[in-house]
Design a protein around this ligand. Structure first.
Ligand code: HEM
Length: 181
């Protein structure tokens, strides 16, 4: 996983639980990379998952809920480094299509080793978009968090309703993104 995610994860944990806690987490988990993450690096997914799982155990958090919290917080940071001309404005559903068709494509061009999810858009009305999330990482809940963060950023509250999850043995991960209010 790209270093930008690790660097932001460290910031997220420090902001919520303090620098001392993050240092303690690194000491206990003792990640193979040493934990001095940089935005230009790439680190094993397992490191992210072990850090997350340890934090959830200590703070008694559900791992899925923690992924949503982190994704929601992260959206603004990723949005800030999106290639020029890709600001979230207008319709949030159009922006989600742009993430798939433009933003993640550009990210992949610049970072050959990035693993980006694929979105398949199944149906769309004014208020509900049904989409499939495809990734070997199965970060469905992290994806949910990013979408909620998009809603926060655009002042358009969004809700993500999971209809199928590969994590529950379903053939695919499919969810509705619903505009609220
Ligand atoms: C609501 C909007 C977005 C959604 C739903 C979304 C979804 C995701 C998800 C789920 C991942 C985790 C990887 C995976 O599941 O395989 C990811 C990774 C990533 N996304 Fe997005 N994304 C969004 C916006 C953005 C934006 C604006 C950028 C700006 C450059 C961005 C750049 C990245 C990068 C750098 C990674 C890490 C790739 C890696 O570690 O290999 N995303 N995105």
């Amino acid at each position: 996983m790209k270093g930008v995610v690790f660097v932001q994860f460290a910031d997220f944990i420090e902001e919520n639980f303090g620098l001392l806690f993050w240092d303690q987490v690194l000491e206990v988990v003792d990640p193979p990379s040493g934990g001095a993450y940089t935005t230009v690096g790439t680190y094993p997914d397992e490191e992210f998952l072990s850090l997350l799982s340890h934090i959830c155990e200590v703070k008694q958090l559900d791992s899925g809920d923690a992924q949503v919290m982190f994704g929601r917080w992260l959206f603004e940071k990723l949005h800030a480094i999106a290639p020029p001309g890709n600001k979230a404005q207008g319709d949030p559903f159009a922006f989600l299509r742009r993430v798939q068709d433009v933003i993640h494509v550009e990210v992949k061009k610049l970072n050959q080793d990035a693993i980006l999810p694929e979105f398949r858009f199944i149906s769309e009305t004014d208020t509900c978009m049904t989409m499939e999330y495809i990734s070997p990482r199965h970060l469905n809940r992290f994806c949910e968090g990013l979408i909620l963060g998009l809603g926060d950023y655009m002042s358009q509250p969004l809700e993500v309703v999971h209809k199928q999850s590969i994590l529950n043995g379903d053939p695919a991960s499919i969810f509705d993104v619903i505009k609220k209010g």
